[in-house]
Design a protein around this ligand. Structure first.
Ligand SMILES: NC(=O)c1ccc[n+]([C@@H]2O[C@H](COP(=O)([O-])OP(=O)(O)OC[C@H]3O[C@@H](n4cnc5c(N)ncnc54)[C@H](O)[C@@H]3O)[C@@H](O)[C@H]2O)c1
Length: 354
């Protein structure tokens, strides 16, 4: 039997690299696309070349294409040649705050790049599952309209309708998204449309905080990775507003890959899922400081800035019930403390290797 091929865009990013290793272990040949644009968006701290070396070491037969997904002609040629059995699209400008400074680049990568990926798939492999990494920022700041209560170290929902977190039916319309959120809405709706209009097996995964040891965390993207990096390197971390009690749900990138694997085995059409750690793996920034300090034994240096980030969520955790109902074999397997330990170990190892 021929070896199936998975095409992974953004293969040197947090999710792309995890997915590449995971699917290679599960019998796929991996063709990765990544032109290291993360270094363009975020400077040297965002450079992902260390990840490319790791993929080349760890994945037998890994094929890398340093291709820009905005380059439609080159992308069409590649997909025509490879005809992947599965496409996982993770390449993106991923920062909420960065987008305002680079609006054209943000939209071209996130919206147009996604359209290029979809159209290539429609022309050359329309029956192959197409998995798109979307984001909870498609909901804009709508989650901030849910009634909240203030606890000692975090905010929480004070409305029984959200006891299990945010479900996929929350409106994505008429709220403040940031330019990033808006470019990701365009991509998310387009991925759904290729599903509904062309009957392609597409899905959008609206991520909460996706994390793990392979993130090139920077201040503007990669919350836990950057927070733990600051602790390990004794750098100052800035907290923007909400008393540091803003809540994020965190999911290890391997659990993201495991969900994609379940979807690829039994794909559905035009699906949307909220993918995060859920309530159990949520924490506030203040709580994250405590956990980082416990692991490294080093006090967190931080400064409080009164002004919150524009459109930032006060409290967000995903309702995972739809994912679990559609794919009962899937669940979150990596706890928050063990994920913290892995990230800290990775930053210590990277610092030692310098
Ligand atoms: N990490 C999170 O917390 C999080 C949360 C929600 C959603 N997401 C989404 O998940 C996806 C992956 O996020 P991530 O954290 O792995 O990001 P990442 O920045 O670590 O990875 C993205 C990769 O794509 C590459 N890339 C960017 N533009 C490209 C282009 N034009 N052509 C080719 N490659 C390009 C980058 O160099 C980078 O290696 C993104 O769509 C992001 O919006 C991430």
């Amino acid at each position: 039997m021929p070896i199936p091929c998975a095409l992974v865009s953004g293969s040197c990013g947090l999710i792309g690299s995890e997915v590449s290793v995971f699917f290679a272990r599960n019998g796929y040949k991996i063709v990765g696309i990544d032109d290291n644009d993360r270094a363009v968006f975020f400077g040297p701290d965002g450079d992902t070349s260390w990840v490319l070396s790791r993929l080349q070491r760890e994945i037998p037969g890994y094929r890398h294409e340093a291709l820009d997904i905005r380059n439609r002609a080159a992308l069409l040629d590649l997909v025509a040649e490879v005809k992947p059995a599965l496409t996982i699209h993770t390449a993106a400008q991923p920062s909420h705050d960065r987008a305002a400074a680079i609006p054209f680049l943000d939209f071209e990568v996130n919206a147009l790049g996604t359209l290029n990926m979809l159209e290539a798939a429609r022309q050359f492999c329309p029956e192959s599952p197409f998995i798109h990494m979307s984001t909870n920022k498609v909901y804009g700041d709508r989650p901030n309209t849910i009634r909240l209560r203030e606890l000692e170290t975090r905010w929480d929902y004070d409305d029984p309708a959200y006891t299990n977190g945010i479900a996929e039916d929350l409106s994505i319309d008429q709220s403040k998204h940031s330019l990033f959120g808006a470019s990701k809405v365009a991509a998310d709706v387009m991925v759904q449309e290729y599903g509904r209009y062309f009957s392609m097996p597409t899905c959008c995964l609206r991520g909460g905080c996706l994390t793990g040891p392979n993130h090139s965390g920077v201040e503007l993207h990669g919350f836990l990775s950057y927070l733990i990096k600051c602790n390990v390197q004794e750098r100052e971390y800035k907290v923007y507003g909400y008393k540091g009690k803003q809540v994020r749900d965190n999911i290890h990138s391997e659990d993201v890959a495991r969900f994609m694997f379940e979807f690829s085995k039994a794909p559905r059409v035009a699906e949307v899922y909220n993918l995060g750690g859920g309530k159990e793996n949520s924490c506030s920034i203040l709580e994250a400081f405590g956990m980082a300090e416990q692991i490294t034994g080093q006090p967190m240096k931080w400064q409080y800035v009164e002004q919150n980030r524009s459109g930032d969520h006060i409290c967000y955790y995903s309702d995972l019930r739809k994912m679990k109902a559609h794919y009962p074999a899937w669940g979150v397997t990596r706890s928050l403390p063990s994920t913290f330990e892995e990230i800290a170990a990775s930053h210590l190892a990277r610092a030692a290797a310098r």
